[in-house]
Design a protein around this ligand. Structure first.
Ligand SMILES: *[C@@H]1O[C@H](CO)[C@@H](O)[C@H](O)[C@H]1NC(C)=O
Ligand SMILES: *[C@@H]1O[C@H](CO)[C@@H](O)[C@H](O)[C@H]1NC(C)=O
Length: 427
């Protein structure tokens, strides 16, 4: 009996502790008054929204991961507290904002715990985090997958440019500043001051800035170009940033199943491209970003067609034009992939697509037909009612306008039409 009571008590305290620490706080109108008191990560939701419900558990895990940080995590029902929603300009659900002081940042990455936690961690500190000791630098090297660092005295044009870029990109990237000494071993060729990126165990130092072009623009463009790991998984969440790299994106298009695995053929093909990337890094790194598209929809939309899987697709991130190998990509060997990339870089392949008006139109039509197809597969009855009914009425109206005068004369045609419409509805 005693043991039972103890264990009940223990579990009670345990729940209490974990609740009070890591709770997602349900916010009300009063949020507008208290939001200035600390840093907030808030999900704005509506009870009827399916994506919000799907995000709920992810958001709870996020709150737990942020338990030992100054960030408080909350959610707000926008249908009940409309004043807060309109004050903060919430337009869709779910919207996740990070609020500190008067600053508001909108979360735009994939809705995973990892992305949400990184987003909050980056924003909870200053745009550039100062590192004073070599030990802290080692910690950063271990903890961060990818970060930018300014090395040297914190003054002058390069520092200002670095700080400005950090302010713009704080919600996406991590920025540090440090004195030279600790990094001697890492950045051998760099002269202080310098800007570098650390990724995948190595580092790249920003080349000296030429006389043309402003320091601010050059630093920001370099950071945008270097912000991804060497072989990146591309999703709707990071695509907008990839299009800002200014590089040629060389991608393998595959189709992941629900648990994130690939068929043997697709996996082999993906590894081939990665091998090509590692072997030819020196030659391509500056101009090419390699990666893989986990779901083919993005690729199909860029190429305005249903791509065979797996395949290689290259995209000029500045012009949105794309390139496909002449041979069917699944039978390309590594040497042929290298040739393909070289041909793009020396302009001997003709790009297709792009952002022109007609391409845009084609893309819209293509995407609409794809969504219609998906809707059809998901729920054929609803789709045919939604589209069949208005079409049926439209054809009736057209019929009566254009063929009104011969209506009486051709009774059987009318029967035929009603018959057709009936079938359409039934489908
Ligand atoms: C870069 O931007 C910062 C902040 O906007 C500004 O103070 C500085 O003068 C700019 N530097 C140059 C060289 O334009
Ligand atoms: C990519 O597009 C930009 C902008 O249209 C163009 O200047 C550049 O030459 C293109 N690069 C390649 C390799 O086609």
């Amino acid at each position: 009996m005693k043991i039972l009571i103890v264990s009940v008590l223990a579990s009670f305290f345990f729940c209490e502790a974990s609740n009070s620490f890591n709770r997602v706080i349900e916010l009300t109108d009063r949020f507008l008054e208290v939001k200035g008191d600390s840093q907030w990560l808030v999900m704005f939701y509506a009870p009827w929204c399916g994506h919000c419900r799907k995000m709920e558990p992810v958001f709870m895990q996020t709150a737990q991961s942020l338990a030992n940080t100054p960030v408080r995590v909350g959610k707000l029902d926008c249908t009940r507290f409309t004043s807060v929603a309109s004050e903060l300009g919430i337009k869709g659900f779910p919207t996740v904002l990070f609020l500190k002081g008067d600053e508001v940042f909108t979360f735009s990455r994939d809705r995973t715990r990892e992305e949400l936690v990184d987003f909050a961690r980056r924003l909870s500190g200053p745009p550039v985090k100062f590192i004073d000791s070599c030990t802290d630098m080692q910690v950063a090297l271990q903890d961060e997958k990818l970060f930018f660092v300014y090395v040297g005295e914190r003054k002058g044009d390069l520092w200002l440019a670095f700080e400005t870029s950090a302010k713009h990109l704080q919600d996406h990237l991590m920025f540090f500043a440090i004195e030279m000494d600790c990094l001697k071993w890492h950045l051998k060729e760099a002269k202080s001051p310098a800007v570098a990126v650390f990724k995948e165990g190595g580092n790249i130092v920003m080349p000296p800035i030429g006389l043309d072009g402003g320091v601010n623009e050059t630093v920001q463009q370099w950071i945008l170009a270097e912000q991804f790991e060497d072989f990146v998984r591309i999703t709707y969440g990071n695509l907008p940033l990839l299009l800002k790299t200014g590089k040629i994106l060389v991608l393998v298009v595959v189709d992941e199943d629900k648990v994130g695995t690939l068929t043997h053929e697709m996996d082999t093909f993906k590894r081939d491209l990665e091998a090509v990337m590692r072997k030819n890094q020196e030659e391509f790194r500056e101009k090419v970003q390699f990666g893989w598209l986990a779901s083919p929809e993005i690729g199909n939309s860029i190429a305005i067609t249903t791509l065979p899987l797996p395949c290689i697709l290259a995209v000029n991130s500045s012009s949105y034009q794309y390139f496909l190998p002449e041979k069917e990509s699944s039978i390309l060997d590594q040497e042929e992939i290298v040739e393909f990339v070289r041909a793009i870089l020396d302009f001997s392949l003709v790009p297709q697509g792009g952002r022109s008006y007609s391409t845009h139109f084609q893309r819209t039509v293509f995407e609409a037909s794809v969504s219609l197809g998906q809707m059809w597969r998901g729920n054929p009855v609803l789709t045919s009612v939604l589209f069949g009914l208005p079409l049926g009425f439209l054809s009736l109206i057209c019929y009566s306008i254009f063929c009104g005068d011969i209506m009486e004369a051709r009774d059987d045609d009318e029967d035929q039409l009603i018959d057709d419409e009936f079938h359409e509805k039934k489908e």
